[in-house]
Write a new protein. Structure first.
Length: 184
């Protein structure tokens, strides 16, 4: 009981006199999370891409403003993961983290909430959940923009820069990283 109360205390933070709460994602969050991912990923990771390539790299998130049920379903499907957590500020979703016990798949924090500790808190919450599932290492394919952030929370580069395909886009650069949660 005491540990859970402590976790809840850690998850609620006063930032500019507003509470930030980390909670589990629910499907009703999909439209807000979709817009957050489209805006953040587009601005910080796709500035180099042509407009045509940008659309391909965004995949279903290119339709984040659409009310079309098929678009919303595709966005919800793209968000789905074993573990999805959101950061909420005054009822608005300002951050999201997706992953599974051994892999952090993606982390996005709204631009106007950068450098407020939200990303750190999402990662910490995720790592605690992974440890409860007995994970010993977490890997991440960090965007080049995010490498300094991940280093600041204890992740180490494991190789040089690699590239992969995302959605229908061409090669996208990433930095493999990992964090050892506990030695085996």
């Amino acid at each position: 009981m005491y540990i859970r109360l402590l976790e809840l205390y850690v998850e609620v933070n006063m930032t500019d006199n507003t509470e930030i709460m980390i909670r589990d994602y629910v499907e009703e969050d999909a439209p807000s999370v979709g817009r957050l991912i489209a805006d953040t990923f587009g601005e910080f990771n796709l500035a180099y891409a042509s407009p045509e390539e940008r659309v391909l790299l965004l995949g279903p998130f290119q339709y984040a403003e659409s009310q079309d049920p098929a678009h919303q379903a595709a966005i919800a499907e793209a968000i789905a993961a074993d573990m999805v957590f959101v950061a909420e500020n005054a009822g608005e979703i300002v951050g999201v983290l997706r992953g599974r016990p051994d892999k952090l798949r993606s982390l996005f924090v709204r631009k106007d909430h950068h450098r407020r500790g939200i990303g750190c808190r999402l990662v910490h919450h995720f790592e605690q959940a992974c440890q409860r599932q007995e994970a010993t290492v977490i890997k991440v394919q960090a965007t080049l923009f995010a490498v300094p952030f991940y280093q600041s929370v204890g992740y180490k580069k494991t190789t040089g820069i690699r590239s992969c395909r995302i959605f229908e886009g061409t090669r996208f650069p990433y930095q493999p990283m990992k964090k050892i949660l506990r030695e085996t």
